[in-house]
Design a protein around this ligand. Structure first.
Ligand SMILES: [Zn+2]
Ligand SMILES: [Zn+2]
Length: 551
């Protein structure tokens, strides 16, 4: 390898580009690799039975010895969700802020794992190999979010992480805009920036505006108030608590992850609640309804969550007509139906329901167009890579960067596995590395592939039709075949169909010319005959499974 080649920074996104989820980016220089974020993604609807999707890390496994560290920008699932799977194979130190690490620790514990977690603060600089990484305070929908300035021998890469520019943040610590400006003055080689809200004009509203909306609704409420939001949105929870305090209401946390994260945040001091304000679920019946606020999970309509169980009478707190329910979140794409189901259910119970399309009880955690412009104008990067967005978001963000002075040939829309090599004077795409989606189902990681999914799809659409044939060695039937079927037709009401199917099987075997025990040939012929017969009779295509028992 030429020394020129060695002096290049390689940027390899393994996820999080062309999709919102499973964020993971590899930075390589010489012998050193650092990884930024390690997230998971919700499975798409076609991934039947899949629990989770994580990035394909085979490229990292090939370069294991060179990996120095994993740096995590913040504690959302799309940035930490793959850690338990990745750390099993790549055991390196993980850096993050206080709340981020607490959430990671909690997640690793669920997997019975421990890791080398190293707590850092915004404002600090950490070093590994030839990388020197400055941690920059930003604001987002979770406390402790970071942007990074990665100093490499090739130049400085600024990565925004997920961010918005909130001038009145709940923790009163603003985005460190002066740092972005300082880096821009000294020269930024490449900017990688959050693209989630590039299609939205203007500025994202401050988190504080949600508090004002809470105030308005708390004023109107006559009975209990139930607020559903993301457990990790500590600042949102803080605002519910503060509003409750002003209205003389006590707070009860419900839902496993809400209770977990809230008690963790209380311990860490990220959440401030006076002990005397907290009540247990057992105390609710003995507390006046107008003095109760329940903060729960379920803002995404997740089937087992607190709110959904309250709405469907599967919870000790049952929704009553006097209750006001505030859903303080927007549905993540794909969850719209679940959320609309729970809203309908809450209306059925007679409750007053406040949800996003009716009120300002939620704001986004991601920068809108004008905020993206601020970051571009402060950092003045030579190269630009939009991240954290679907393909169209990345294209729009590139257009924005170009309109603000980045040379068109210096703005790159990357796909997972693409490799961009950057030096001071040029950037070029190189041969891609393996990347994609690895599906997690139960304890299996990556063992479910397209063939298993295809079978699941057929089973879920048309069911299964099992034929058990007792046969002699010479390939003749010893009796009538047995048929077992699930999810195809209701067997007891389809006796004719089943009897006729048996005749089809017998005729098929009788007609077969090979009067010998080529079991596979027999199975294939029976399967083909049955497929035609069943399709003609029902216009359905169940999975047909012939089984031969030799007698
Ligand atoms: Zn985030
Ligand atoms: Zn994210």
């Amino acid at each position: 390898m030429s020394s020129k080649k060695k002096n290049r920074l390689r940027i390899v996104p393994l996820g999080g580009v062309g999709e919102i989820g499973k964020n993971m980016t590899v930075f390589e220089y010489g012998d050193d690799i650092m990884i930024l974020d390690c997230g998971s993604m919700f499975p798409s609807e076609s991934m039947l039975g899949i629990d989770l999707v994580i990035p394909d890390i085979s490229y990292l496994l090939l370069n294991k010895d060179r990996i120095r560290a994993i740096v995590i920008t913040h504690g959302h699932e799309d940035h930490i969700g793959a850690l338990p799977y990745v750390l099993k194979d790549v055991n390196v130190p993980v850096y993050g802020t206080r709340l981020t690490l607490a959430l990671i620790e909690n997640k690793l514990e669920e997997h019975g794992m421990k890791a080398d977690l190293r707590r850092v603060n915004a404002g600090e600089t950490i070093k590994f190999g030839c990388f020197k990484v400055e941690l920059i305070k930003t604001t987002h929908s979770i406390a402790g979010a970071l942007a990074l300035a990665i100093h490499t021998p090739a130049g400085v890469v600024v990565h925004t992480g997920d961010f918005k520019i909130d001038f009145t943040p709940i923790d009163t610590e603003m985005v460190n805009l002066p740092k972005f400006a300082e880096l821009g003055e000294k020269g930024v080689l490449c900017l990688m920036s959050d693209s989630t809200n590039v299609e939205r004009p203007g500025y994202t509203m401050s988190e504080r505006s949600v508090g004002e909306a809470f105030e308005r609704f708390f004023k109107k409420a006559t009975g209990r108030i139930i607020v559903a939001t993301f457990a990790s949105n500590i600042h949102r929870i803080q605002q519910v608590v503060d509003t409750a305090l002003r209205f003389g209401r006590k707070v009860c946390f419900q839902g496993r992850s809400m209770i977990n994260v809230a008690s963790m945040a209380l311990e860490l001091g990220d959440l401030n609640v006076d002990e005397s304000m907290l009540i247990e679920i057992e105390e609710i019946p003995y507390t006046l309804p107008e003095q109760v606020v329940v903060i729960t999970t379920g803002s995404q309509g997740e089937p087992m969550s607190g709110l959904v169980r309250m709405a469907t009478s599967g919870h000790r707190i049952e929704i009553e007509p006097e209750d006001m329910v505030i859903i303080s979140a927007t549905p993540i794409p794909g969850n719209e139906k679940l959320v609309s189901n729970v809203v309908n259910q809450l209306y059925r119970k007679g409750a007053t329901v406040i949800y996003e399309s009716l009120a300002d009880v939620h704001v986004s955690g991601h920068a809108c167009l004008e905020e993206l412009k601020i970051i571009l104008s402060l950092t003045k990067p030579k190269y630009f890579i939009p991240v954290h967005g679907e393909y169209r978001h990345l294209c729009r963000h590139c257009e924005l960067a170009v309109s603000m002075g980045v040379a068109r040939e210096n703005a790159f829309v990357l796909d997972p596995g693409d490799v961009l090599e950057i030096s001071e004077d040029e950037a070029q795409r190189c041969a891609s590395v393996a990347a994609g989606a690895v599906m997690v189902d139960g304890l299996g990681i990556g063992d479910v592939g397209n063939i298993v999914l295809r079978d699941r799809r057929i089973l879920s659409q048309d069911g299964i039709f099992v034929v058990v044939m007792a046969m002699h060695k010479d390939g003749t039937l010893s009796g009538l075949p047995d048929i077992i079927s699930r999810g195809f037709v209701y067997v007891r009401e389809s006796e004719d169909l089943i009897e006729d199917a048996k005749s089809v099987i017998c005729d098929t075997i009788y007609d077969m010319e090979t009067a010998q025990s080529d079991w596979n040939a027999i199975k294939n012929t029976v399967r083909a005959a049955l497929r035609d017969y069943l399709y003609n009779r029902t216009k359905r295509n169940p999975m047909i499974l012939p089984i031969i028992v030799e007698v």
